[in-house]
Design a protein around this ligand. Sequence first.
Ligand SMILES: [Zn+2]
Length: 362
Amino acid sequence: MPRKVFPNGPERGPVIRLEKLAGKAEFLSPLRAFGREVQEFEYRLDPLTGHVSVICRGRSSYIMKHFSQDEELLEQLIRSSRPNCPFCPGAVEQKTPKFPPEVAPEGRLRLGDCWAVPALYAHADFNAIIILGPEHFRPLDQMEKALLRDGLSLALEVLRRAFRAYPRLKHAAVIMGHLPTAGSSLLHPHMQVLAMPVPFNRARDLLEKSLEYHRATSKNFWADLVELEAREGSRLIGHIGRTWWLVPFAPSGRYEVWGLVENVPDLLSLSGRDVECLADGISRVLRAYADMGIMAFNMALFSGLLGEDSRAYFWPQIRLCARFGLRTSRLSDFWALPVLLGTDEVFEAPEDYAARFRNYFA
Ligand SMILES: [Zn+2]
């Protein structure tokens, strides 16, 4: 098995092992009069899943342009999409569907400046859209904590109601994408709440591996991970209430950040204070992205099965990652390696960008 190249992997013992392996590519470069060029890599193994991440250091300055936006193209999209936007003020009542009475007799839910409405084209048995405020477009440094708090509170309220109406929908997530390059077909800031009778693949893998770890050690992997990261220090970026914010040792996404909510049974058990802390952390990460010129991102918040207490082996968690921006080059960051082989590269070591993100949590 290829995993044997890692000296101690893939067996997981009573302690979390952070495995890495150095690699290099060599060729005769036309940029150096055909002298030998050596490009160094680092292969890292996710300590829970064994998922391999390829770290290609030193390319961030070259690659950062792909994360930035073509301002003219963005302005054009904002202008052209506004007139037909179903999420803009006035259009919501006319153009968005209503929930059936078993979920919400009032049809649509509101909290502060946010709305919860059903998706017109559902991706799962239950699919709500959370409209984040009246502004048709928001750069990431304007995704304020209060707006995200109201949006997440509304997402969990509508999920609570859906689970009461349809108890078979035990697998749920709150997701978000910003800009078409992050897979979002509508520009107006929004989240989606999904609940299905079958698991999301990544969440199932994490739950299964976390349960295996618990059976082998009688411990919770996520508690052990936070303890290790707090002790080691180079990837932990912040701690707000019961939420722990860190950069993963082996990221799957670019500039990926995780927020773990300590010792909570499932998504529906998150308290108002937990939601506030999550919103605070998300807004800090998005400010860091904005300052790096990043505007497109994805986010997913998920937990163990709804209505079940997974505290012994799993914690609810949120993951965010950056996506390429809106540019005339139309280059996608979802290429053959991640699409078909589930493997991708990151251009900066997690410890390096963690140091920058930590400033936003100070
Ligand atoms: Zn709009």
